[in-house]
Design a protein around this ligand. Sequence first.
Ligand code: B3K
Ligand code: ZN
Length: 878
Amino acid sequence: MRTDIARPVRLSDYKAPDFRILETHLSFDLIPEATRVTARLEIERIGASDAPLVLLGERLKLISLTLDGAPQTADITPETLTLPDVPDRFTLETEVEINPKDNKTLEGLYMSSGRFCTQCEAEGFRKITYFPDRPDVLSKYTVRIEAPKAGFPHLLSNGNLIDSGDLPEGRHFALWEDPFFKPAYLFALVAGELDVLEDDFTTASGRKVDLKIYVDTGMKDRATYAMDALKRSMKWDEDTYGREYDLDLFMIVAVRDFNFGAMENKGLNIFNASLLLADPDTATDLDYERIESVIAHEYFHNWSGNRVTCRDWFQLCLKEGLTVFRDQGFSGDMRGTAVARIKDVKMLRARQFPEDAGPLAHPVRPSSYFKIDNFYTATIYEKGAEIVGMLKTVVGPATYRKALDHYFETNDGTAATLEDFLKSFEVVTGEDFSPWLKWYTQAGTPALSIDSHYDAANQRLTLTFTQHTAPTPSQPQKSALPLPVRLGLLTENGAPLGFTVDGVAHTDYLYVLTGDKAELVLENVSAEPVISALRHFTAPVKLSLTEPDSHKFARFKGDSDPFNRWEAAQVLARTLILDAQGDASAYATALRATLKDSTLDQAFKALIIGLPTETDLAQAMSPVDPQFIHSRRKAFKSALSHSLYDDLIALYESLDDAGDRMDNPQPFSPDAASAGRRALRNALLDLLLAGHAQADADRQAHLEGRLQYHYQLSHNMTDAMAALNGFTYIHGETYDQALAHFYEMEKTEPLVIDKWFAVQAACAHPETLDRVERLISHPDFDARTPNRWRAVVQAFASNNPATFHHPSGRGYDFVVNQILSVDRFNPMTAARLVDVFSAHKRYAAPYGDLMRAALERIAKSENLSKNVAELTEKALRG
Ligand code: B3K
Ligand code: ZN
């Protein structure tokens, strides 16, 4: 590895800070190439009397340094400033110069579309000024910003605006004060030309909060959905968690250049524009759904993250896992619990399960890292959320609420740990929650198997539960974890079947497995039952249940738990695709019945039409052959399309009358029911088109006509994108013409052009190997804008397995070249792509060897960032 990887940071080395910063007064003189930052820190010793003062700072040019007004000389390294001998209480003032214009890492203070903006989590504040940049140093901030009025009319920071005014030579200033103690990672500053959408919210206790969303000039109308989602989030957090907002002002700013989704800076959230701006012509329903969820997520951080923050970065899931769980609850309430749960589990399985099964597996609370940026993972976020969900399942909603009240109240204003979180559950229940800590410290997805024995004579069902977690890197031994398993029974016709446990009657029962193996006896089971286990996916495990296919069909047709109904369909489809075993016509019959079931909502039907993805299937195959998966899935989908053709057309047509077309427009509504209807109609279109290649000439012409119609008459981006995707099935000239037309219509809309790039990169046609090369030479391609780069490179590497895993290795070469070139200026974003090679050991020849060679090529490159080096080295070693 040609980089200097220093010692890792270890949780076991945690040491409380030696100094606290009572007050932080920052002053910014904003100049793109040479911004001056003055920091006056009121510092007090709280540790050893001989401890030196060590401040962190990177890429800072020190202009001056004084201690109680007296100039100082410090020991300065590229990462630290040390004063070996300081008093117990003093004022330290530093002045540094930084170059935001040149900062393409998009961390610290940088420029996006001519505006200044910041990103400090996790360790970006040290690129702004010298500071103890660690989450357990909480300080009160005042921030003075000065800049020319022309070009920078808005000067924003955290908290409340306490002063502002004009200065000579066309300059002006703003003074902000944040009354809440916060860690440096929550600091934010934005300055520039912006439009603002204003509203307000009155809290439960009657306080009026001004709400301001700042966007690119001319884009104000596109912030109305985000504003609406914000107000609903504020209300929901009051109603559901009893949490009120605490400042008089809440601001959000949208920027185009951002390394990830959004950031919860106190009182001044900063968002990737793609997760904030929406109107029917530019945003899909999925965009609306994500905007709603991310607005909620960042807002909810005000309590789970800001008021109670993390002691150190090992506790990251304390804020992220909990906040994801909170935003999932909000989305479930807004859009339907069952559909939301299925989508969450799909995402968990697509991203977290593979992570937990590969060389980058790590516990939800890792024990060491080189770059904490590499740990903003599906494990910390999604698995972290699952743990909170399990805790809620086992204690019940009312006790959960008490535990959370206790957690927020006792840890308010502090930097807490996971132990503090679990302690709140202990306090309110009086029970021992220490076994749950293992969920945070042990990596790997538990495999849960359930064996059953039915004793007809005694109407008794005995279930034997066994759990096992395979070793993960550096964790060879695993312990049993507490696993909540919700259960029900069905007859072979899919009707509910009651039972008793310990003399109490149930139709749905929560069992918690605590050891490696245990038995549960269900009495009064009047017929041979179909078992519906792990309803609502009550634990993030891999379940195996030995049973005939007829039991899966019974759940597919009639399980009262929608999650297990969907799951049964997925498992059946997986076997039909991979093993070509089972009854495909029975599958088609069950799907037909599901589509006709008027009790089911349309969003659920859209999900059940969706077959397991190639990525899902890869997890069930060993060794993985991506070309085999692609061709088998394609063939199965095509056959399904043909056998359901008449039903699909009829249902599609019935929805076609519902008003999504240009010739019959009804006002667009992004609500869940309307989005569900569009999702179903577009899923039907997709399944119909999957039969195109195998259809006769007449049917092909009919399908193409229908697709053209769908495209030309669409009057919202959801339908237009569904059609554009549809053209990938037809390919050739028709596809190119549609792409050219779409580009011409949308070329002034960067967020839509991102979608245009992404559709092409994800097209499974082998020609995409050449196309992606052309796309990165397109005049609109810019690798320095992460949204655009991800639209091509991430879409290709993650959403196009068949082409990315081309046996020639060309797909891998393309991605390696991209990682290496972006690593030169944006390591955080480049590193996120290394993961696509990490499963190399699980892939068949020639893919596995070529993936390994790709990692080796990265590893051997000169001047790798720590971010890319850490992940590459782990992916190779693991
Ligand atoms: N807390 C931020 C993530 C910061 C990522 C830094 N590499 C957004 C969020 O999870 O809410
Ligand atoms: Zn978060």
